[in-house]
Design a protein around this ligand. Structure first.
Ligand code: C5P
Length: 399
């Protein structure tokens, strides 16, 4: 059971204020006590009853309400964490200069809690030198800036300035409270499933969604690591706060990993990589009219990236693999893992069961982590992010 935190969510006046409701909801569902401090402008975009119902607490806006309880400092003093979502250019400017002309400004100035902001504005405003300088000031004071993402803005325009999705804001906000036990460590994580083209429209692929690898990348970044995520056909949105290299095929993944691994302290191969690829790729669509009743595909073996990394690793570099197995018997599955880690030569191997409804694309997972000797060093079941943290606990200790 995670600790119940007192979280202040500051909502400011931008169109993205409607998405603040999602942030509040996720924090409440995670068991936290959420207190919304909205600016007057925010309440022009989202109604007080909505914010009160979702946060399950009164919403505060006015500096001159609750004066007897010294509310302008009490809310900030009680907070374990402050999240401002959306953070408009105006609020960012006020925070950077320490202005306290409203309840949110006072709350933040009166607090020692970590502050996480999720900017949302049009591209021109985000790129304006004034905003750039204000963001640099806030960062230099330890404020965590989540996003903004790149994409469709309120009008017809698109570009950087979109508030990132509530899930990422919440995970980054909770991450701000985490111990930075991987600070400065360079970690490469692969996620997703590779696709091997047959022709311009078809491929051989697998059902890996990338959820487990993305959860590892996010958890590692939260613990201070410098993360490179190599995403193969991710079905989940790539985190805006992490450097992501997108790839499609196994050979592309191999090149990207080789490059990133040169500087890495830890490489975690969570991607489901195709063992074989078509020997040749048809340059136009394969037609049943020309193939007839049977079609034979000639496949050739892909390089084993994990084994190659383990073979060429520098002293001190840690290489971690995953093994997705359909074996039903738990002991037999671990035995398969032991044979596999001996063959691949990685430092650790996480064995997990997959099936029609297990492992891939689900939110939960169940893993057994083996070391080079085949000994079990960790066993965990639960959300993919909890498994990510258990894995990183082992790696942080191993260092
Ligand atoms: O042999 P198997 O595919 O079960 O091994 C799984 C592990 O090896 C995963 O960590 C996967 O990323 C990696 N792998 C690889 N190159 C391949 C096949 C798998 O690096 N060609």
């Amino acid at each position: 059971m995670t600790e119940r935190l007192n979280v202040v969510v500051g909502v400011t006046g931008g169109i993205a204020a409607y998405k603040a409701v999602g942030v509040i909801r996720l924090l409440v569902l995670a068991g936290h006590d959420v207190h919304v401090v909205a600016t007057d402008a925010a309440l022009r975009f989202v109604g007080r009853p909505t914010l009160e119902a979702i946060s399950r607490n009164p919403v505060h806006t006015d500096l001159y309400e609750g004066v007897a309880q010294v509310r302008h400092v009490a809310i900030g003093q009680a907070a374990d964490l402050i999240v401002v979502a959306p953070a408009t250019a105006n609020t960012i400017a006020k925070l950077a200069t320490g202005l306290a002309d409203d309840l949110l400004g006072n709350t933040i100035l009166a607090s020692r809690a970590p502050v996480v902001i999720a900017p949302a504005m049009h591209t021109e405003m985000w790129q304006n030198p004034a905003t750039v300088a204000n963001i640099a000031t806030l960062r230099s004071r330890g404020v965590t800036v989540v996003g903004p993402g790149v994409g469709q803005l309120t009008g017809a325009d698109s570009g950087p300035g979109r508030m990132v999705e509530p899930e990422e804001i919440v995970s980054s906000a909770l991450a701000a409270l985490r111990t930075k036990d991987l600070l400065g460590k360079r970690i490469v994580v692969t996620a997703g499933g590779t696709r091997e083209a047959l022709d311009p429209v078809r491929y051989i692929g697998n059902r890996s969604s990338g959820k487990q690898g993305v959860a590892i990348a996010l958890a590692a970044a939260a613990r201070g690591a410098d993360v490179t995520l190599i995403g193969a056909n991710l079905e989940v949105s790539a985190p805006a706060s992490i450097h992501v290299k997108h790839v499609v095929s196994t050979l592309e993944l191999a090149d990207a990993v080789a490059l990133a691994a040169e500087e890495a302290d830890i490489v975690i191969m969570a991607a489901a990589v195709a063992d074989y690829r078509p020997e040749s790729v048809a340059q136009s669509k394969i037609k049943k009219e020309t193939q007839g009743d049977r079609l034979t595909l000639e496949l050739v073996k892909n390089p084993d990236i994990l084994a190659g990394l383990a073979d060429t690793r520098r002293a001190g570099q840690i290489i971690v693999g995953f093994a997705a197995e359909t074996e039903r018997d738990a002991d037999a599955m671990i035995e398969i893992g032991r044979v596999k880690i001996a063959r691949k030569g990685s430092d650790y191997l996480l064995v997990n069961r997959v099936g029609w409804n297990e492992g891939f694309a689900t939110d939960g997972n169940s893993v057994v982590m083996l070391d080079r000797l085949g000994d079990i060093v960790m066993e965990a079941s639960g959300s993919k992010s909890s498994i990510a943290d258990r894995l990183l606990d082992v790696l942080a200790r191993a260092r």
